[in-house]
Design a protein around this ligand. Structure first.
Ligand code: NAD
Length: 363
């Protein structure tokens, strides 16, 4: 069966790293018909928008997409294509594995965890009230009447909505992910002791969902304690499930544990579509130089293969990538011990493909 997958090369280093990842994925032998769709500042002239409808339609139709980074120009008024895509496709789960590969420069060598972050609610829902505006003054007065709490009149306010349904679907996703990926434990991370009606609700719902998965251990951790635990004993953690804001911060922390953004893959999952993309941005200063590290995009593509049920191909590509990083010969500059030298993006992809061909025993 041939899969049809939307490929969004993006801009900056996007086209180079997606091309490298695509070549490695094709070399696994999994038949994929890539439908290339352009988005970003470069297509503004052609389509009048950085996110043409055809891109969203293609992802909806195919259900799966691999995407390179897209620049968000500052001060032009156009909305981030990345944010718009997540909203249009209701991509409610952001999944960020943090796994150490031998050969990557990192302080920690025993990390293999996955951060599952809720992507639509919380303080990032965009319900905000600007300091000094009439509606903010009214809200402050209403809050005083409703809760008896007096906020300072010169306050700005951001609202933190957390729903039962939103929590059910993200925690269920975390457990389903754990089960499908042979993980043992899900840790719900909150500040439920302080914010009882938001974090407390999240934790309450998480406990209910956990009861449906007796085969997977469930753990409750407070966010402040979690931060300390992660820098002391990251090897103790497996799948973490968090609300939007904590998830945003903790996922970057975890990327730092295993060597940084150059090697951090990600996925944005919705009920009808899944979009796989590296965590890093378009690094414009390296655009067109065949210099950028393709690892994060390839790891995102490997997550995509697993999502498609192509476990064997995913394992082969990951093993080949791991070997190339470990040998530390045909890797990009950022994976070298002193960040000097190294091969180009496409040469690193060539080495990974050669490595896959050399290891038929794994097939
Ligand atoms: P960035 O990730 O593009 O770059 C930060 C630094 O990280 C770069 O200078 C580079 O040294 C390094 N880096 C990143 N990826 C690398 C790779 N593959 N190989 C080697 N080094 C790499 O972050 P930024 O500079 O803050 O953002 C640049 C643009 O990307 C912005 O317009 C931003 O909005 C956009 N962005 C897009 C996405 C996305 O498409 N999902 C995500 C983040 C940022």
């Amino acid at each position: 069966m041939t899969y049809t997958v939307t490929l969004i090369p993006g801009d900056g280093i996007g086209p180079e790293v997606t091309e490298a990842a695509r070549r490695v994925i094709d070399a696994t032998g999994v038949p994929i018909d890539w439908q290339i769709e352009e988005a970003g500042a470069d297509v503004m002239d052609k389509y009048g928008t950085p996110l043409p409808d055809r891109v969203i339609e293609s992802i909806r139709r195919n259900g799966v997409a691999l995407k390179g980074p897209i620049t968000t120009p500052i001060g032009t008024g156009f909305r981030s294509v990345n944010v718009a895509l997540r909203a249009a496709l209701d991509l409610y789960a952001n999944v960020r594995p943090a796994k150490y590969f031998a050969g990557v420069r990192s302080r920690y060598h025993d990390v293999d965890l996955v951060v599952v972050r809720e992507n639509t609610e919380d303080l990032y829902a965009g319900v905000e009230f600007e300091m000094g505006k009439p509606e903010t003054e009214k809200l402050i007065a209403d809050l005083a009447a409703l809760s008896g709490k007096k906020l300072r009149p010169d306050s700005g306010i951001s609202i933190k909505p957390i729903s039962v349904s939103g929590t059910q679907r993200i925690v269920t996703y975390a457990f389903e992910y754990a089960r499908a990926n042979h993980r043992q434990k899900v840790s719900a991370v909150t500040k439920a002791n302080i914010m009882k009606f938001t974090d407390g609700l999240f934790l309450h719902v998480a406990r209910q969902v956990a009861e449906r998965y007796p085969d997977i251990e469930f753990q409750e951790v407070l966010i402040d304690n979690m931060c300390m635990q992660l820098v002391q004993r990251p090897e103790d953690y497996d799948v973490l499930v968090l609300m939007n804001l904590y998830g945003d911060i903790v996922s970057d922390l975890c990327a730092g544990l295993v060597g940084g953004l150059g090697v951090a893959p990600g996925a944005n999952i919705g009920t009808s579509a899944a979009l796989f993309e590296p965590v890093h941005g378009s690094a414009p200063k390296y655009a067109g130089q065949n210099k950028a590290d393709p690892t994060a995009t390839l790891l995102s593509g490997i997550m995509m293969l697993r999502h498609l049920g192509e476990e064997d191909a995913a394992n082969r590509a990951e093993a080949a990538l791991a070997e190339v990083i470990k040998e530390n010969k045909d890797v990009t500059y950022d994976l070298k011990p002193d960040r000097r030298g190294g091969v180009g993006t496409s040469e690193m992809a060539d080495a990974i493909i050669r490595q896959m061909e050399k290891a038929p025993a794994l097939r």
